[in-house]
Write a protein of this length. Structure first.
Lengths: 255, 529
C-alpha cells in the first residue's frame, strides 16, 4: 500500500482563457480505491483525461506505476483501463463483440478475449443482452459494458469518470463490488463521482478538486474530519447561491 | 390551442435562427429554396398551358409534392418539435383541439406557403375559364391540406418507431432514394431533356392510375371544370375532401393513441453469431472485423456506398441515355467514384467519434497504428474493389462499349489504392469533429468545420485524379495492343500500383498518428454520434 501508483505534479491545462486544471498535485497509493470529487466544472474530467494520455497537458508530470505517461505512453497505456463519463462505445457492435474487440485491441489471444468477454458479461449481468447491439443498451448497460472493456486486460490502474451516473441501484452495486474486488487484489482504482455516499462507503482515499486545484487529499477519514463527506465537501468548496426566497410560491397548492 | 401551437412553431423557428450562425445560414438557405420552389413550381406548372399532356404533367407534379410531404417529415422528424406527440404528451390537452392546433402549426412556415403558391401555377397552366380558375383555387388548398394531413398521419403513426434506433436507421435509408432522385432531377433528366431524350409527350398517359390518387383527383378536377364538366369536377373535389376527412380521422385516432403509448424505443432483437469475425488474424484482422461489421450495420456506411454507386452512374448517364456518345466517360465514373469513396472515409476518426478513445488507449506504437489503418483498408477494399469493378463493367455495358470496362476497372483499382492512402493520411492530418444534427440522418462537419467538407471533396477528387493519371495514360497509349495481353497486364499492374499507394499511405498515416494521438482523441471526443 505504501508504493505510489499515481503521482501527479504541477498539472496544468487551459482552454483559451479558461484554466481548467490549475496545478494539480496528487499521490495515490498502489492498491487504493480513490475518489476524486468536485463540483461541476472543477476539472475532474480534464485531469483524468490528461492522466490517461488522452489530452496533452500544458505543464506537469504524471507517473503511473513508475512510468511517465507522456514520456512512455505505450507502456503506460498497457497497464491502465479507462471508463469515460459518457461511456461511448461502438454502437453497432453487440455487447459481446464490443468486449472481444477491446480484448483483441489489448493483444489478448482470441480464445482468451472471448472467454474473458463472456465472464465479464456474466458478472456484469449483461449475458442475456450480449448479442444485442450496444446502440440498444440503456445508460446503465453502457456503463457496465464500458467497464468490461476497461477491465478485460486486467489493468493495474483503473480510471473511471462518473462510473455510476445514470446507473440503477442493482447495477451500481455490481460495479461497486467489482471495483472493491479489483482494489482488494492490489490494483489501483481512481474514479470521479458526484455520489458522496458511494465515495464515503468504498473509497479509502479521497481528493477534493475545485477550480482546477486539489483543495484536500488524504484518507477518507481524514478528509471527512468527523463529518459526513457531503458536509465536508460543501464546507470546503463553499455553498452555492440560493434562490429559495424567490420561490415563495413553491409548495402552495394554489397557483 | 391552434394559436398557441402556431406561436410555438414560430418560436421554435426563431430560436433555431438565433442559436448559431450555422442555423441562421440554414434558415436563410431553406427560405431561399422555398422561394425557388414557389416561383419555380408556379413557372413550371404555368408552362404546361396548351400542352396536350398538361393534365398528366400536373398530376405528376402534384404527386411529387405529395411524396415530398410524405418523406421529408420522416426524414426531418427530430427537426420539428411539433411533429413528435411525445413532446406534448405531458400536458393536459384534449386530442381534437390538439389535432387542429398541430394541423395549423404544420401549415405555418415558408414551405407550406411555398407549396401553396407554387401549385397555384395551375391557374395559368391547366385552368381555363372562370369555373376552371375557381376550382383550381379550391383544389390547390385541398391538395396542400391533403399533403399536410398525410404527413401528420404518417409521422404520428410512426412516432414511436422514429424515436427508436431502428426508426432512425429507416429514416437514414430514405436518404438513398432521395439522393438518387435529386441526382436524377438535377443531372440526368435536364441532360436528357436538353438532348431531346425526354419531351412533354413522354408523359402522355402516365396518369392512367395516378388520376385516381388524391393529387390526381385535384388535377383532374381542374381539367374537368376547364373543359365544361363541372359535375365531374365537383365529384372529384368531394372525393378529395372525403379522403382528407378520413386521413384526419385516422390521424386524430393515432394521435390519441400516441399520447398514451409508452416509448418502446429500447426494444431490440438479438444478433445471430455475435462473435467478432476475423479476430484471429491479429490486430489488423480485429480492426478489419470491426470495420466490416460497421459497413453492414451502420446506415451512414451503407449510404456512402450507395451514394458512390449513384454518383458513378450519374457521371455516365448522358452516354447511357444516348444523349451524348462518349464511351470513355466510364473512366471518368471510375475516377469520380474512387474520389468520393476517398472523401467518405477521409475523416474516419471524426466519424468514429468518442469510441475511438477505446482504440486510442490500445494503439500507441507505430506498428499498432499501421495495423489499425491496414485493417480498416482491408475491410473497405474488400467491399470497394468488387463494387467499383462491377459498376465499371455495368456502365461499360450501359454505354454499349464493353471494351471500356478494362481501362475503367484498371483506373478504379488504382484509384481505390490512392483513395485508401489519401483517406488514411487525411484522417490523421486533417481530422475534424463531426456532429449529428436533428433532422438529418447524415453526420456533418461540426460547427466551424464546414470548410473541411468542401476542401475534403476538392482534395480527394484532385488527389485521386492525379494518382490515376499514369494509369489513364498507359491505357490510352496501349489501346492498340492485343486485348489478351493488355487487359490482364493493365488490371494487374494497376491493382499492384494501387496496393503500393495504399501501403505507403498506411505508413505515412501511422507515423503522423503517433505524433498526434492526443489531438486526434480530442477531435473524437468533440464529435457526436
Amino acid at each position: 500500500m505504501s508504493e505510489t501508483a499515481i503521482e501527479v505534479r504541477g498539472l496544468r491545462k487551459s482552454f483559451g482563457d479558461k484554466e481548467a486544471v490549475a496545478g494539480v498535485d496528487l499521490d495515490i497509493a498502489a492498491g487504493s480505491l480513490a475518489g476524486l470529487v468536485g463540483p461541476n466544472g472543477a476539472g475532474k474530467t480534464t485531469s483524468l483525461s490528461i492522466m490517461t494520455g488522452l489530452l496533452r497537458p500544458d505543464a506537469g508530470r504524471i507517473v503511473i506505476n513508475g512510468l511517465d505517461v507522456w514520456a512512455d505512453p505505450v507502456a503506460v497505456k498497457a497497464v491502465i483501463g479507462v471508463v469515460t463519463a459518457e461511456a461511448r462505445l461502438f454502437e453497432r457492435l453487440s455487447g459481446r463483440e464490443m468486449l472481444e474487440y477491446a480484448g483483441r485491441l489489448r493483444g489478448l489471444p482470441v480464445a482468451e478475449a472471448r472467454s474473458r468477454a463472456a465472464q465479464l458479461l456474466d458478472v456484469l449481468d449483461l449475458a442475456a443482452d450480449a448479442r444485442r447491439l450496444v446502440a440498444d443498451y440503456s445508460t446503465g448497460m453502457r456503463k457496465k459494458a464500458a467497464l468490461g472493456c476497461a477491465l478485460i486486460h486486467n489493468p493495474a490502474v483503473l480510471f473511471l469518470d462518473e462510473p455510476l451516473e445514470g446507473v440503477d441501484p442493482v447495477s451500481a452495486d455490481v460495479i461497486r463490488r467489482l471495483l472493491t474486488r479489483l482494489a482488494g487484489s492490489g490494483s489501483t482504482v481512481l474514479f470521479s463521482s458526484h455520489v458522496m455516499e458511494l465515495v464515503e462507503q468504498v473509497c479509502d482515499h479521497v481528493s477534493i478538486i475545485d477550480k482546477g486545484k486539489i483543495v484536500v487529499s488524504g484518507t477518507t477519514e481524514a478528509v471527512r474530519g468527523g463529518k459526513t463527506l457531503q458536509r465536508a465537501f460543501i464546507d470546503l468548496v463553499g455553498p452555492r447561491a440560493s434562490d429559495e426566497e424567490v420561490l415563495s410560491w413553491l409548495g402552495s397548492s394554489s397557483s | 390551442m391552434a394559436r398557441v401551437l402556431v406561436q410555438l412553431k414560430l418560436r421554435l423557428v426563431l430560436n433555431a435562427l438565433r442559436s448559431s450562425n450555422a442555423a441562421e445560414t440554414s434558415f436563410i438557405l431553406s427560405t431561399f429554396f422555398a422561394l425557388v420552389v414557389a416561383v419555380g413550381g408556379f413557372y413550371v406548372l404555368a408552362q404546361f398551358r396548351g400542352l396536350s399532356a398538361s393534365v398528366d404533367l400536373t398530376t405528376v407534379i402534384f404527386t411529387m409534392f405529395a411524396l415530398g410531404w410524405l418523406v421529408v417529415p420522416i426524414f426531418a422528424f427530430g427537426l420539428d418539435g411539433t411533429l413528435d406527440p411525445a413532446t406534448l404528451a405531458l400536458y393536459p390537452l384534449r386530442t381534437r383541439p390538439l389535432a387542429i392546433g398541430l394541423l395549423a402549426a404544420s401549415a405555418t412556415g415558408a414551405w407550406p406557403a411555398a407549396n401553396l403558391l407554387g401549385l397555384l401555377g395551375v391557374t395559368v397552366g391547366l385552368a381555363a375559364g372562370g369555373l376552371g380558375v375557381l376550382v383550381a383555387l379550391i383544389a390547390v388548398p385541398l391538395q396542400v391540406l391533403f399533403c399536410i394531413t398525410l404527413a401528420r398521419l404518417v409521422t404520428t403513426s410512426l412516432a414511436t418507431l422514429l424515436r427508436s434506433r431502428r426508426g432512425k436507421d429507416l429514416a437514414a435509408f430514405l436518404f438513398i432514394p432521395i439522393f438518387a432522385l435529386i441526382e436524377l432531377l438535377g443531372q440526368v433528366i435536364p441532360n436528357a431533356a436538353t438532348s431531346g431524350g425526354i419531351t412533354a409527350a413522354s408523359f402522355a398517359g402516365v396518369d392512367a392510375w395516378m388520376r385516381w390518387l388524391p393529387p390526381g383527383l385535384a388535377a383532374h378536377a381542374i381539367q374537368d371544370a376547364s373543359t365544361g364538366h363541372p359535375a365531374t369536377a365537383l365529384a372529384r373535389l368531394a372525393a378529395l375532401a372525403a379522403v382528407i376527412i378520413v386521413l384526419g380521422w385516422l390521424w386524430v385516432r393515432s394521435l390519441g393513441r400516441a399520447l398514451v403509448t409508452a416509448d418502446a424505443s429500447t426494444g431490440s432483437s438479438h444478433l445471430r453469431g455475435a462473435a467478432l469475425p476475423l479476430a484471429r488474424y491479429g490486430l489488423p484482422g480485429t480492426v478489419a472485423a470491426r470495420t466490416w461489421i460497421y459497413q453492414r450495420r451502420e446506415p451512414t456506411s451503407l449510404i456512402y456506398w450507395a451514394m458512390t454507386a449513384v454518383i458513378m452512374g450519374v457521371v455516365s448517364a448522358s452516354t447511357i441515355l444516348g444523349s451524348h456518345q462518349h464511351p470513355a466517360v466510364v473512366i471518368g465514373s471510375a475516377v469520380v467514384g474512387a474520389g468520393f469513396f476517398c472523401y467518405f472515409h477521409a475523416n474516419s476518426i471524426g466519424l468514429a467519434g468518442p469510441p475511438f478513445l477505446i482504440e486510442a488507449l490500445a494503439l500507441t506504437s507505430r506498428r499498432s497504428l499501421r495495423a489499425y489503418f491496414a485493417g480498416q483498408n482491408v475491410a473497405l477494399g474488400a467491399i470497394a474493389a468488387p463494387l467499383l469493378t462491377a459498376i465499371c463493367w455495368g456502365l461499360a455495358a450501359g454505354v454499349r462499349n464493353l471494351a471500356q470496362g478494362v481501362p475503367a476497372t484498371a483506373v478504379a483499382l488504382a484509384g481505390l489504392g490512392a483513395a485508401l492512402a489519401l483517406a488514411n493520411i487525411l484522417t490523421v492530418t486533417f481530422a475534424y469533429p463531426m456532429a449529428t444534427r436533428a433532422g438529418s440522418p447524415m453526420r456533418q462537419a461540426a460547427q466551424g468545420y464546414g470548410s473541411y467538407t468542401f476542401g475534403g471533396i476538392l482534395a480527394t477528387q484532385a488527389g485521386v485524379a492525379v494518382a490515376v493519371t499514369p494509369v489513364i495514360l498507359v491505357a490510352a497509349f496501349t489501346g492498340t495492343a492485343p486485348d489478351a495481353v493488355r487487359a490482364p497486364a493493365l488490371i494487374i499492374g494497376s491493382a499492384a500500383y494501387g496496393l503500393a499507394l495504399a501501403w505507403a499511405g498506411v505508413r505515412i498515416a501511422a507515423r503522423q498518428a503517433q505524433e498526434r494521438l492526443p489531438e486526434l482523441c480530442q477531435i473524437a471526443v468533440h464529435s457526436t454520434i
